[in-house]
Design a protein around this ligand. Sequence first.
Ligand SMILES: Cc1cc2nc3c(=O)[nH]c(=O)nc-3n(C[C@H](O)[C@H](O)[C@H](O)COP(=O)(O)OP(=O)(O)OC[C@H]3O[C@@H](n4cnc5c(N)ncnc54)[C@H](O)[C@@H]3O)c2cc1C
Length: 379
Amino acid sequence: MAKRERTWDAVIVGGGIMGLGAAFELARERARVLVLERSVPGAEASSAAAGILGAQVEAHQDGPTFELALRSRARYAAWARALHEASGIDIELRPSGVVRVAFDAADARKTAREHGFQRRHGCRLESLDHDALRELLPSVTLEAKAGLHFPDDARVDPPKLLGALRIAAERSGASFESGALVKRIVSKGHRVEGVLLDNGSLVRGRNVVVAAGSWSSLVEGVPLPEGGVIPARGQIVELLLPVPLFQQVVFGPKCYLVPRDDGRVLIGSTLEFVGYRREVTASAVRNLLDAAIHLVPKLGDATLGRSWSNFRPYTKDTLPLIGCAGAEGLLLATGHYRNGILLAPVTAEIIAALVFGRAPPLEIGAFSPLRTRVKPQKH
Ligand SMILES: Cc1cc2nc3c(=O)[nH]c(=O)nc-3n(C[C@H](O)[C@H](O)[C@H](O)COP(=O)(O)OP(=O)(O)OC[C@H]3O[C@@H](n4cnc5c(N)ncnc54)[C@H](O)[C@@H]3O)c2cc1C
């Protein structure tokens, strides 16, 4: 039967980490899955990310997002093993820890206070004075006064992760169509029927998972308000060193640094609301370089590598949109903003549970797409 005449168990719109993660989980459970990607899988934010699994460093308050993040971080080791087995690719999951560096004592106290709630969840975090910080991170500037260490936060290499997911999903039975632009969701009564491509063909699915990142609310028939998901641009500059200077992810006041095993260091990132403009700007590169060299002076000797930008899928309340979206069988997996790489395993687990009619692995009410309540669009 031709790909498009059959009815898929799940049609996934978008081949970023959310689409590929869901495809991998579903295909592993023998669902018949088709990923429709307007470009090629991994074309956008997911491959551009720094790869910080910052469940703790990114959490400034208790609540459902923190629980979601902890569960997802905990699933990464099993994901990395399964992906390695299925694809042969090492996604460079490194339990490197994250260090947040403070330049004055008041800032250090504030950061420690903000993250203090995490101890109630049994999470490890350690306050570092100047000497302890220098011992852990000898290359940090002498101007640094103190630090907060999150030993269980980690990092991965997103391009490798995306490549591994693509291969693993396909080897588990998922199908892919690149160059397939989904124009709208097609529903009949209260049930989803599939999607319509811009070339006019209908792709039928019992479930449709919208995982179109920053473009999710542009797909017609997705019941999100205008601006329900918008692009938040981030720019990154890459430096090259012959030998790695440090292993940990380092957060400073004006940038973060993410090392790779081969000596590269990513400097991130800006946060800009400039629509879908893809430029890398001179001022962003200057500011990121200044901040990075201030934090770790030896980076001044590094060779300048590539620079790029892409779009974090941002929602107004900064919570992701995961779950049913009105019509039966219509699911959203989007709006993960700064933490989509971190949150991919748990999101995929939730989507698989919903497709197979199981209870999600944790309470997902806070992430309901219906919280942004707008009238469904008529088509
Ligand atoms: C600079 C930067 C640094 C980041 N660093 C981190 C980090 O360190 N840690 C972390 O956890 N997160 C990080 N993020 C956030 C993370 O990258 C995102 O949250 C995540 O990648 C979103 O994944 P996604 O699959 O939803 O979107 P995307 O990766 O953007 O994928 C969406 C896909 O949908 C496709 N698509 C869109 N519309 C259609 C359509 N109509 N039909 C068919 N296909 C369509 C697109 O082509 C795209 O391939 C960073 C983001 C940026 C920009």
